[in-house]
Design a protein around this ligand. Structure first.
Ligand SMILES: *[C@@H]1O[C@H](CO)[C@@H](O)[C@H](O)[C@H]1NC(C)=O
Ligand SMILES: *[C@@H]1O[C@H](CO)[C@@H](O)[C@H](O)[C@H]1NC(C)=O
Ligand SMILES: *[C@@H]1O[C@H](CO)[C@@H](O)[C@H](O)[C@H]1NC(C)=O
Ligand SMILES: *[C@@H]1O[C@H](CO)[C@@H](O)[C@H](O)[C@H]1NC(C)=O
Ligand SMILES: *[C@@H]1O[C@H](CO)[C@@H](O)[C@H](O)[C@H]1NC(C)=O
Ligand SMILES: *[C@@H]1O[C@H](CO)[C@@H](O)[C@H](O)[C@H]1NC(C)=O
Ligand SMILES: *[C@@H]1O[C@H](CO)[C@@H](O)[C@H](O)[C@H]1NC(C)=O
Ligand SMILES: *[C@@H]1O[C@H](CO)[C@@H](O)[C@H](O)[C@H]1NC(C)=O
Ligand SMILES: *[C@@H]1O[C@H](CO)[C@@H](O)[C@H](O)[C@H]1NC(C)=O
Ligand SMILES: *[C@@H]1O[C@H](CO)[C@@H](O)[C@H](O)[C@H]1NC(C)=O
Length: 290
């Protein structure tokens, strides 16, 4: 072998060696963005009275990429609020273990006369009602009547509201309208509008024998349960692999933040050092994936 070729080979191997060393020592340059994003997401945060709030929720000082779209919390003093299909709810409890939360409609807090009458509607991709809910049907703008209705559990006494500055007579039912005496269900069909607000079944049962205005306010303040779905299985395996769950709203996809970079599902299964080596050699490939 010629000495020149040997020299060239030595230089080449030293170059390769240096590249490896530099990439192990300093991967942050290449993965600065992913690193900074995962640093900006803490594993849990405080919102209003709720502490230890984590993925899929974000808000407060947690940017949107730390949670799942649709789980933004608005932290207002002691209250934590979430907006679902344009309606705002106060979040009273979050249970990450069972993926449930307890919410109360913000427009019905201490009030049975919201300025806009809206049904409770969920985004079916993200939420379903908990098994322990009971629907309450509210009837607004009912005609004034002298009729005396039979006393029936779950049929409220009338309450009044000023709707669009018109005083109206209103009622509520804690059970489906069809299960009441005909005289009641026929009358309620003549009311201006009806809407459904879910409540906690066991809390409703306590007021069925005394369905007053004040009692309904108290029931609605207790809120009702929702079950959520937000790639929670993916999140669990991401966390098991040492990552932090997040969301890419541009790609509408789950993201797993791992030390040094992000992955679509879980942190690479190979050892951390091998992962760095690989990603050091082919940074473009990893970056283009996202
Ligand atoms: C991380 O948070 C800091 C401070 O809030 C902010 O300036 C920076 O832009 C955030 N980084 C990313 C990648 O969003
Ligand atoms: C927050 O907690 C305090 C004290 O526990 C309580 O007085 C207050 O009503 C709570 N606020 C909300 C919005 O739940
Ligand atoms: C939500 O409310 C805004 C403004 O009130 C309206 O423009 C939008 O269409 C509503 N979206 C839905 C899904 O109802
Ligand atoms: C309550 O009403 C909603 C519609 O607003 C319906 O989807 C749900 O099944 C009802 N749940 C119960 C327990 O009646
Ligand atoms: C209710 O009764 C009063 C007196 O008995 C009567 O003047 C009034 O027209 C009645 N109202 C309705 C809505 O039937
Ligand atoms: C409705 O408005 C009238 C006067 O405008 C007032 O006397 C009454 O208390 C109001 N009722 C409710 C339920 O706010
Ligand atoms: C609410 O939903 C019920 C049943 O789904 C419907 O009959 C009613 O008209 C709706 N009310 C409003 C205000 O949209
Ligand atoms: C419903 O109320 C019961 C009794 O107050 C409570 O144990 C349960 O946790 C409540 N359910 C939800 C979903 O908040
Ligand atoms: C993640 O959740 C979104 C909606 O919440 C869903 O469209 C998507 O299919 C889920 N991805 C996986 C891999 O489960
Ligand atoms: C989100 O996905 C888009 C397109 O796939 C990509 O360009 C962007 O870098 C990703 N952002 C994050 C925060 O992962």
């Amino acid at each position: 072998m010629q000495p020149n070729l040997l020299q060239a080979m030595a230089v080449f191997f030293i170059f390769i060696f240096m590249t490896i060393i530099l990439n192990i020592r300093n991967p942050t340059r290449v993965f600065a963005q992913a690193d900074e994003q995962s640093r900006n997401c803490s594993s849990s945060f405080q919102c209003g009275n709720l502490s230890g709030v984590a993925y899929p929720f974000w808000g407060s000082n947690q940017p949107s990429y730390c949670g799942h779209l649709g789980f933004q919390l608005n932290c207002k003093g002691q209250a934590a609020e979430i907006t679902i299909m344009n309606l705002t709810y106060q979040v009273l409890k979050i249970n990450s273990q069972s993926q449930t939360l307890t919410v109360a409609r913000a427009d019905y807090i201490a009030n049975l006369c919201p300025s806009v009458l809206s049904n409770t509607t969920l985004d079916p991709n993200l939420f379903t009602y908990a098994a322990d809910i009971q629907n309450i049907t509210l009837f607004y703008g009912c005609p004034n009547t002298n009729m005396s209705f039979p006393t029936t559990p779950g049929f409220s006494s009338p309450f009044s509201c000023n709707l669009s500055s018109v005083n109206s007579q209103n009622f509520y039912l804690t059970r489906h309208a069809d299960s009441f005496p005909t005289v009641i269900s026929t009358y309620l069909r003549t009311c201006g509008s009806r809407l459904i607000v879910p409540a906690n079944q066991s809390v409703v049962q306590r007021i069925e024998s005394n369905p007053t205005e004040e009692n309904l306010v108290e029931v609605l303040e207790q809120g009702f349960g929702l079950q959520w779905t937000a790639n929670d299985t993916l999140c669990k395996s991401c966390e098991l692999s040492g990552g932090l769950c997040g969301y890419n709203s541009t790609a509408s996809a789950f993201t797993c933040y791992c030390p040094g970079q992000r992955y679509p599902f879980t942190c690479a299964t190979s050892s951390a050092k091998d992962g760095m080596l690989c990603s050091g050699f082919f940074p473009e490939i990893y970056l283009q994936e996202y």
